[in-house]
Design a protein around this ligand. Sequence first.
Ligand SMILES: Cc1cc2nc3c(=O)[nH]c(=O)nc-3n(C[C@H](O)[C@H](O)[C@H](O)COP(=O)(O)OP(=O)(O)OC[C@H]3O[C@@H](n4cnc5c(N)ncnc54)[C@H](O)[C@@H]3O)c2cc1C
Length: 310
Amino acid sequence: MKPPPFDYHAPRDVAEALEVLAASGEGGKVLAGGQSLIPLLNMRLAAPSVLVDINRVAALDVLEVEPGGVRVGALARHAAVERSPAASRVQPLLRAALRLVAHPVIRNRGTVVGSLVHADPSAELPAVLAVLGGSVRLARHGGAVRDVPAAAFFTGPLESALEAGELAVSAFFPSLPPRTGAAFQEVARRHGDYAIAGAAAVVGLDEDLRVTAARVACVSAGPVPVTVDVTDACARRPAASVPWDAVADAVRGNVDPEEDVHASAHYRRHLTGVLAVRALRLAAAEAARAAHGAAGGMTGGVAGRPEGVE
Ligand SMILES: Cc1cc2nc3c(=O)[nH]c(=O)nc-3n(C[C@H](O)[C@H](O)[C@H](O)COP(=O)(O)OP(=O)(O)OC[C@H]3O[C@@H](n4cnc5c(N)ncnc54)[C@H](O)[C@@H]3O)c2cc1C
């Protein structure tokens, strides 16, 4: 099928993009990498009257890495963030999750911010933003910029806090605190498919390597990334003696997955608990490694990084 007709604008700077979006009202839509929007247009599941193509706005093609976190501009492609050693050093969970997003050819074009705004509960990056407590920066013509925390940004399946006339200019992924580790685990039918279930985990340890903070954000487990704080279930114990069965039960009790052709709701709930615990255990191991390496300056780590890759 072909998309329904629309007016096409390709602004050269952010101000012009915001002006066009403001004038377009409810009918305006931003085109970034097009990896989700173009299929939706072709299937006529989306019918915007105005498309605002931001691909010529060079100011949005930025990746700012500072000790406190990684700010990803709206035109930074998945592949650019995935290949950035600096971004991976400050927030390694980004690269771990990006490697599970679709295939390289899609990651060359799709954007991190586009994936967040698209707000698919089966997508990896919304879960990463949620588990890290990141935020999305939104701008509008003649209005103040607002930073919306992940907990308020994802409002439903394919729905976000972005309002008509707004442009998401960037997303911020905070770095990991000292003695903290992270991990991402998922099961998909084939590599690159959306996950049947998945979990992003962050675990923090004290100086005696007891768990002081533990949370997961679950993928394909509800209408938005479902964030569950399991610190209490970990009972402030060293990872080796955490009652992981109880942790899995705590996660399963907080998710509400749907049934589809790939999996029943029961199987998805079970799998979510398994993957959450797997991710938490890997994150705890990374946190312990980070604690041992703290003297050398390492503060956080992520599971799943291949040897020799920064
Ligand atoms: C075969 C295939 C497999 C895929 N598998 C996965 C997968 O496993 N995991 C996964 O997470 N994703 C997957 N994707 C989706 C892919 O990752 C997309 O790149 C991503 O979801 C959207 O990014 P984009 O830049 O292409 O956004 P677009 O398609 O351009 O836009 C998506 C939506 O976000 C809005 N939008 C985009 N940028 C902005 C902005 N700056 N401000 C306001 N609104 C904006 C658009 O208006 C639109 O509504 C897959 C895609 C394909 C085609």
